[in-house]
Design a protein around this ligand. Structure first.
Ligand code: M6R
Length: 364
């Protein structure tokens, strides 16, 4: 059932173009169709706030969603870890839209957060990959990712599908609220449609360079991940992948926070993975890279193709295809998934079933 791949995780990484395509295609036939949300344009206009809850990888996909929704729909978004939110006595009411992101639809803390939000009068939408899961029964509306069954414990294709659906939702809300021009929306739709091919190309292109980097750094005792803005959730997710399947300690930080503590960790033995894709904060990321290098640490950067100047700053650069910068997390996560994968394999570990972890966390 692994279809010729050595592990489910690798198979699922290769299934990412299809996961994105399935998730977006028939919602883009005529503008953006998300009728399953059960939200009218008028209700979208009246929203005062969006609150996104989730755990682990789903939380990271939510972080990308926050940028997209705030940028395109101009509504404030709060991002919450479900296990914190549920015990925080959160302030919620009927003007709030709560998006509960859960691949399995069965995560205990996310379900509890949904129940609490509904009790307090908020409208709750489940973003899930599993039809008929508990989350779909506890929600006012459901937005499905269509990644297909994911067997590897480490989420890969479900993450890119979650990000894709959050981007769609951001565009839909922007359209409904009149905050996104139709020209801009159409341009972004064209970019979204091109993502499956971009991811296919990314996998092909980065496989070898990532393997070489993994071989070089397989024995490193610690990896730091740095990024800004939309690159930050990519770092958080990349760092989670590495720690969960290779058991290598990692930290992921907003690059601008480096000076406030983590810089003390750096020495000549530290690999630092920087997401340095095109964005309005690229210059800032490049100066952070220079600061890292000045401490003797080694920088592996993920950059947008054609950005030669990143190579002047970093020792290793992995290039990913260009897309709109807000969509860049999707191609950018691919080399980080593969880096974690290759390091875990070189260390002889079972990537599909890492120790101590379960695919579905039904207890809090
Ligand atoms: O099923 P869910 O999306 O609610 O699961 C949440 C987390 O347990 C999950 O995303 C976990 O962090 C990933 N499997 C890690 O790769």
């Amino acid at each position: 059932e692994k279809g010729g791949y050595e592990t489910f995780m690798l198979k699922e990484i290769y299934e990412q173009p299809a996961a994105i395509k399935e998730t977006i295609v028939d919602r883009l036939s005529d503008g953006i169709a998300l009728s399953e949300l059960g939200l009218t344009a008028e209700e979208a206009r009246r929203l005062r706030r969006v609150v996104i809850v989730g755990c682990g990888t789903s939380y990271h996909a939510g972080l990308v969603g926050r940028y997209a929704i705030e940028r395109w729909a101009r509504v404030p978004v709060e991002m919450e870890i479900a296990s914190e939110f549920r015990y925080r006595d959160p302030v919620l009411d009927a003007a709030d839209l709560v998006l509960a992101i859960t691949q399995s639809g069965e995560t205990a803390d996310t379900l509890a957060a949904m129940r609490l939000a509904r009790e307090r009068g908020a409208r709750v939408i489940a973003v899930t990959n599993v039809m008929g899961s508990q989350a779909t029964r506890e929600a006012d509306g459901v937005l499905y990712t269509r990644a297909g069954l994911e067997i590897g414990v480490a989420a890969t294709k479900t993450f890119v599908a979650q990000v894709a659906v959050m981007l769609l939702l951001g565009l839909w809300l922007g359209e409904a609220r009149g905050t996104l021009s139709s020209t801009e929306r159409d341009r972004l739709i064209t970019e979204l449609r091109a993502l499956p091919d971009a991811v296919r190309e990314t996998i092909e292109r980065v496989r070898e360079p990532v393997r070489a980097i993994a071989e070089h750094w397989q024995s490193a005792g610690f990896f730091l991940y740095l990024g800004r803005h939309i690159g930050l959730p990519v770092c958080l997710e990349g760092a989670l992948k590495l720690k969960e399947i290779s058991y290598v300690p990692t930290d992921a930080y907003a690059a601008g926070e480096m000076k406030h503590g983590p810089i003390a960790l750096l020495d000549e033995r530290t690999p630092v993975v920087c997401v340095a894709c095109d964005s309005p904060v690229l210059e800032k990321v490049l100066s952070n890279i220079a600061e890292v290098r000045a401490r003797g640490a080694h920088v592996v950067a993920v950059a947008t193709e054609g950005r030669k100047e990143v190579a002047e700053h970093a020792e290793e650069v992995i290039y990913v295809p260009r897309t709109d910068w807000m969509l860049q997390p999707i191609p950018a996560i691919v080399p980080l998934q593969l880096l974690a994968y290759e390091i875990a394999r070189l260390r002889g570990l079972n990537v599909d079933q890492p120790r101590n972890l379960a695919k579905t966390v039904t207890v809090e």
